[in-house]
Design a protein around this ligand. Structure first.
Ligand code: SF4
Length: 218
């Protein structure tokens, strides 16, 4: 897939959503993206969780523990209680407390800007790390969630089995200057048009570029 086609995809989606505010989590919630620390911790909390649940938990959490220094000394039981509406909150409470300790002890209280350092943190994989780099630091990165993985394969931008493979193939398929556009556009597109079940082909501005659509109409 040529970079010309991937640019055409991004251009058309940008035009398609022109004038409508982004519904994605980081764009909508100021508490979530106040600092690199809040982006990181909120993104960990958001794993396998609905955004509304994460907003509520993040707000309570950061009102009580606004930074890593406070969070590393948090009482685990109280922490569990604060994020109790989040899935896997026992594991997440332990993980975010440990993340806070590592940030304070190894990184001077800052969130590192290096993906190889970020993925050493508990419950931080490439998706969370790339999301952090892009949304908190505006560093060129591709955050591959389920929407990005599905849509990239349907369009034929990549041919991959895992989100990690998708990330690597998108790095070639899309010019680096446009990597940061992918997550926001594809998440919106995946929620509204190219949904997991019964994608709304009839509303899609990408029909003529889409491998999946070509297969279906054959
Ligand atoms: S044509 Fe259908 S499958 Fe292809 S990108 Fe559009 S909505 Fe998704």
């Amino acid at each position: 897939m040529s970079q010309k086609i991937s640019c055409e995809v991004l251009d058309r989606l940008t035009k398609f959503f022109e004038g409508t505010p982004s519904p994605t989590a980081l764009a909508k919630n100021p508490t979530w993206h106040a600092t690199p620390f809040t982006v990181l911790i909120s993104t960990v909390l958001s794993q396998r969780n609905r955004d509304e649940i994460t907003y509520a938990a993040s707000e309570k959490l950061f009102a009580r523990y606004p930074g890593p220094a406070e969070l590393m000394n948090a009482d685990l039981e109280e922490l569990n209680e604060l994020i109790s509406n989040v899935n896997f909150h026992f594991n997440k409470a332990k993980a975010i407390k440990e993340i806070a300790r590592i940030l304070c002890e190894d990184y001077g209280g800052e969130v590192p800007k290096d993906i190889n350092e970020l993925v050493k943190l508990p419950m931080v994989g490439r998706k969370t790390a790339n999301c952090l780099l892009g949304y908190a630091y505006h560093i060129a990165s591709i955050c591959v969630d389920t929407h990005v993985h599905r849509i990239s394969n349907r369009l034929g931008l990549v041919n991959s089995k895992t989100p990690e493979e998708t990330e690597m193939q998108l790095q070639t398929a899309v010019p680096k200057t446009r990597w940061l556009e992918i997550n926001d556009l594809f998440v919106r597109f995946g929620q509204e048009v190219c949904t997991p079940q019964r994608p709304k082909h009839e509303q899609c501005p990408l029909q003529d570029l889409c491998l999946e659509f070509k297969k279906e109409v054959k």
